[in-house]
Ligand binder design. Sequence first.
Ligand SMILES: Cc1ncc(COP(=O)(O)O)c(C=O)c1O
Length: 407
Amino acid sequence: MERSPATPSIRGTPDAFATLMEITSRPSVVFVDGRGSWLRDQNGKAYLDFIQGWAVNCLGHCPDVITKAIAAQAGRLLNCSPSFYNEPMIRLAELIAQHSGLHRTFFTNSGAEAIEGAIKLARKWGQKYRDGAYEIITMDHGFHGRTLAAMSASGKPQWRQLFEPKVAGFPKVPLNDLAKVEQAITSRTAAVMLEPIQGEAGVYVASDAFLRDLWALTKRENILLIFDEIQTGIGRTGKFFGFEHAGVTPDIMTLGKGLGGGVPLGALVAHEDVCCFDHGDQGGTFNGNAFVTAVGCAVIDEIAKPGFLPKVVQAGAYLANRLETLSRKHGGSGVRGKGLLLAIDLGREIGPAVVAEALLRGLLINAPRPDSLRFMPALTVTHDEIDEMISILDATLRHVRDEHWQR
Ligand SMILES: Cc1ncc(COP(=O)(O)O)c(C=O)c1O
């Protein structure tokens, strides 16, 4: 059969996009440039961005520190193969160790790949030190990425029947329920893995008390504690890492998203005592290349500047306050989250309609659940930008509510 790039796909993708694989419903906007909290499309229309590549561009779009780091590193060295050390790789691992209290890092190209690494490391540890234990207890509604083991570890209800058979060995328990974790632990258990805040599930916070009790439980039972800090790490919650709120350090942590400030970079970070990979167990062509790790250094240098994180806390408190009022005004029950990872409840399942209408009005937000909106702006977002976002969202919510009344 003759095929042409102009042939519309079976799901009716407009011709211009027909050569891209259909994996989600995308609006027909094409973005061409961005700066700070703003994006611009091919027609010159500006959008206020409170998604930021799904909490990736922690310093906003194209900040000088990142574009300079990219230009400088691009002129020196991009990739010397993962079989050799490079300077930015060494420096970034040192920075992560210094700020996290953990000891060793393996760099990855995505969050899901860091999760795969965490699962492998925990299984290796279980094999070596816990009589072949391999199960990792994870949380209902948790999200750990889209590779097969990461999907298997996730507790997203819509994925239950997808891509069966999944990778075995991920019993699920409810978040914030220590008794259920305790009941799930057996001789097969190697680790417990969770997000300090369930971002994709709709921004549900693991309580500090739960994280502390979980830490004590895993120590008592001689199993590992893994925190998925892919969304909560690198300043997102107002601290360098989400676990700092509870004052407990995991044995293994995964990073992604903000670590690269927009370039694909993740990390598997672990305590010295659990780093038990043998040569050949872990690796990858692009892992730890000088180009992306140089960007990671620039990001961490910026976040570590005195005054940076206190400003995130201030901006987060301001945003939470304004969102709380807005949610209640429109019939919702308030705000959830920490720092600049926040969600509001809408009281009704109008999230997708609100997101679509906000886009038309030049605002990017996300609805992780039909009854909620999520906000993950640049960590450098200003009070003026927050005010502008609230004003657009207020008008959007009024419009969507009126439309719903008319039906
Ligand atoms: C908590 C968490 N873990 C893992 C992932 C997967 O990261 P990536 O999309 O970079 O593979 C995500 C992505 O949204 C995430 O939020």
